[in-house]
Unconditional design. Sequence first.
Length: 169
Amino acid sequence: MSDLNMIDESGKPRSNQDLEDALHATRAAVEEGILPGGGVAYIRAIDKLKTLRLKGDESIGVDIVRRALSAPLKQIAENAGANAAIVAENIANAEGNKGFDATSGKYCDMVKEGIVDPTKVVRTALINASSIATLLLTTDALIGRVPEKKKMPPAPSGGGGYGGYGDMY
């Protein structure tokens, strides 16, 4: 595939990796079908979890998963400059394939607009996330980085006034 050049609709060249990703996604869609994209499939999974009647630790675990499932949609909305909480609430209250098109900033039927995820990709993402969460929960210690706090720049020295004018006021 190294001799193949791909150009997107804006005329910009795309990498061979983009083409390979598209081929893998297409194969996955053929294998298991598609779901509405943009995080909608995860929101619909939350609806299914609401039907479970669990107690104790299992109930707490399901609540954690429910919150985690809304994260992709919220991140997409935030990246698009929308209010993530409002978008998530609107989609949670909607039905079917209705989702948020981050490109246009409008709500639409995601499948009709071609905004889809292969079922296999969604399924394996959930399985892998669950596996990692289980690993973290059974680990005695974790090592992570604490983000550095941003320091305020020092105030300019001098006797005030406007910069560049010296002592002239």
